[in-house]
Design a protein around this ligand. Structure first.
Ligand code: PAF
Length: 283
């Protein structure tokens, strides 16, 4: 594995790989890698020849009161994990490399960014779609791999790629969970033992919602009421949102109907840590 901090050098290597007829798989991350990221690399290895992973904590997607400065970082550990997972090129640009001058351009995906995390984190998705556009332009991958834990992010990226005719295939990969159900996230490291054990209500509530759907429930508000009541059993949980949306439009839902795709999306704070989780359904 080569670790490359500059755009110029990465482009040079990837140009050679493309000339040799290799396909490029891309896994964009903000580092502090866990098994969820590794599962994206494994999927990329199944589908493409050369694996590029980026590690870049993107300031554009953090609000002024968010955790940019204390976002967990451990580049040496990440290098080891990326190397043993089979990453070919680890791209580790600095903020200066990615944003040498103040940006006067941003990529904005409308409507689907106006709910859920887009409401709670104003500007977040503009930062994501802008940096992902830059990263796609640097790497020019054949396929890019994203985790479904960020369901709204996947919808935003897919919409952006479709609208702007970006020549890349988006592959979304299932949520990776700890044995007890907690969705893997770099932010889990912030949780105290008590917060971590209470955070299990997220996956438990999604599991119960799935059981309700399997049992024939079709009323979205009834399911969300149940989901909220399970989360509220955890005294430390402060719900930011718990909603059912039609996927990928992220439109409101009243009654579930056949052949449509839905997502139950959760964002809940435990202490200072805001966790998200979700579950997708297709009737
Ligand atoms: O999902 C993430 O880790 C980030 O939002 C991404 C896609 C790497 C963009 O900074």
């Amino acid at each position: 594995m080569l670790t490359i901090p500059t755009i110029k050098e990465l482009r040079h290597h990837l140009q050679k790989e493309k000339e040799a007829g290799k396909t490029i798989g891309f896994v964009p991350t903000m580092g502090y890698l866990h098994d969820g990221h590794i599962s994206l690399v494994n999927k990329a290895k199944e589908e493409t020849d050369v694996i590029v992973m980026s590690i870049f904590v993107n300031p554009l997607q953090f609000g002024p009161t968010e955790d940019l400065d204390k976002y967990p970082r451990d580049i040496e550990r990440d290098k080891e994990l990326a190397r043993s997972a089979g990453v070919t090129y680890l791209f580790t640009p600095s903020v200066q490399e990615m944003y040498p001058k103040p940006m006067r351009t941003k990529v904005v995906v409308e409507q689907i960014t106006e709910v859920l995390c887009g409401l709670s984190r104003p500007g977040h998705f503009d930062g994501v779609s802008t940096v992902v556009t830059k990263l796609f332009n640097i790497v020019q991958p054949d396929k890019a791999f994203f985790g479904q834990k960020d369901a709204q992010q996947v919808a935003v990226i897919e919409q952006m790629v479709e609208d702007m005719l970006m020549p890349v295939t988006i592959v979304s990969c299932p949520i990776y969970r700890e044995a007890d159900g907690l969705a893997m996230s770099s932010r889990n490291v912030y949780l105290s033992d008590e917060e971590r054990s209470q955070a299990l209500v997220l996956s438990q509530s999604l599991f119960v919602a799935k059981q309700m759907i399997d049992a024939g429930e079709r009323d979205a508000s009834c399911m969300i009421k149940k989901v909220r009541s399970i989360i509220e059993e955890a005294p430390l949980a402060v719900i930011d949102y718990a909603e059912m949306k039609k996927y990928p439009e992220m439109a409101d839902v009243d009654q579930l109907v056949s052949n449509e795709k839905y997502v139950i999306a959760l964002a809940v704070k435990f202490g200072q840590t805001r966790l998200i989780d979700n579950s997708w359904f297709q009737l």
